[in-house]
Design a protein around this ligand. Structure first.
Ligand code: FNR
Length: 371
């Protein structure tokens, strides 16, 4: 049998992942009225577990109501949400042939209070009549043409840190194998990290990276404190914000500054107990100069892995098993995360094993499809 990187197990703390194909978190805008996972989520996430992926990460799940991107986002601040997540964790563990389950914990910051992104919805800010709420951010500077956020006070920052810890406690009680902290895509933690967004003048922001990292690192500490020692902690970052116009010295400098800041943040988060970082990009600019193509972000996963020694997962238009093999074999990353390709083919990992001539466990119910 040919040697496969993709089907080599990966151990993070005491968590054994049976292969290196992970599910990227993907908002479904399908929560019940109160952020509760529904049958849709059980089917959606369950299908990836039965489709051979080693780790299924649930979408951005808000730690407080005002941290939701839309009213249909998931949340994890009450018992009902926790119980519904437990149902999904149980399904993944019972039927996933060794698959593991995690939740991405998030706060949408100044990009909260939108209609979400379902077909027919704009994704833009909610109208007052549709239940818009006051968004929160490092400063009152809005994102694009969104309404102005409220600048978090020190006390509110501390409350948000506590909320991340509290949701982690609930995630563990629901039976997760890991938690991913969402510090990417221009949501609250990334807003604090980004020098051009976080222009606060107190110890939580401004010129100093140390100050801009203070809140996100406090979140890392709070989440780590609630996770049992044997469970790994994951982090998602945006390596650059794709400042425009692409071909100017100014934009190149800005992107290089972003990458240096985020690399330092990852190194510091590593020291606080982060075990793997998923490297994405963008989110703070309404009109980023990104030109997506196959594997367009893997260069950042490689950079951060090399500079910090933190295991990385690469993400972004990774669609082909041979491409995934290459990313892993060339030491760009330790794992790959799939988003849209997994929506097209929830059994991508089972099919990848066939394509690469690898043994992998199939659900017994599907055994006859294996050959
Ligand atoms: C996403 N993405 C995303 N990212 C994240 O960190 N949290 C989330 O909840 C979501 N939600 C989401 C919903 C949907 C429908 C899509 C398609 C994407 C981004 C996603 O995780 C991934 O980074 C990108 O889709 C790029 O990877 P692919 O799709 O090219 O494999």
């Amino acid at each position: 049998m040919a040697y496969s990187q993709l089907f080599r197990p990966l151990t993070l703390r005491s968590l054994d992942l049976k292969n290196r194909a992970l599910i990227a978190p993907m908002c479904q805008y399908s929560a019940g009225a109160d952020g509760v996972p529904t049958d849709w989520h059980l089917m959606h996430l369950g299908s990836f577990a039965t489709g051979g992926f080693s780790l299924v990460l649930a979408e951005a799940t808000a730690v407080v109501p005002e941290g939701r991107i839309s009213p249909r986002d998931l949340g994890l601040w009450d018992d009902e949400q926790q119980a519904s997540f437990a149902r999904i964790a149980d399904f993944v563990h019972e039927h996933g042939e060794g698959a593991k389950f995690g939740i991405q914990l998030a706060h949408a910051g100044r990009k909260a209070s939108t209609s979400g992104d379902l077909p027919g919805l704009s994704g833009g800010p909610l109208a007052e009549d549709d239940g818009a709420w006051q968004t929160l951010a490092p400063t009152t500077e809005p994102f694009g043409d969104f309404p102005a956020p409220h600048a978090l006070t020190e006390e509110e920052i501390e409350e948000t840190v506590r909320a991340f810890g509290e949701s982690t406690r609930r995630a563990v009680a629901a039976g997760v194998d890991t938690v991913q902290i969402h510090a990417a895509h221009g949501y609250l933690l990334h807003e604090f990290l980004q020098r051009r967004v976080n222009t606060r003048s107190d110890r939580w922001g401004g010129e100093s990276l140390e100050d801009r990292m203070r809140f996100p690192l406090r979140v890392v500490e709070a989440v780590r404190a609630e996770l049992p020692e044997e469970l790994p902690l994951l982090l998602r970052v945006s390596a650059v914000d794709w400042r425009e116009p692409t071909d100017t010295e100014e934009a190149r400098t800005a992107n290089a500054e972003d990458l240096a800041d985020i690399t330092e943040f990852v190194a510091r988060a590593r020291a606080l107990g982060v075990d793997m970082v998923d490297v994405s990009s963008g989110g703070n600019l309404a009109a980023p100069q990104v030109r997506p193509g196959p594997g367009y972000q893997t260069v950042f996963a490689e950079h951060i892995r090399r500079e910090t020694g933190v295991p990385t997962s690469a993400v972004g238009i990774i669609t082909d098993p041979v491409q995934a093999e290459h990313i892993l074999a060339s030491d760009q990353a330790d794992a790959v995360s799939l988003g849209r390709e997994a929506l097209r083919d929830p059994r991508w990992a089972l099919n990848a094993a066939r394509a690469l001539g690898q043994e992998t466990a199939w659900p017994g119910q599907y055994a006859r499809a294996r050959r």
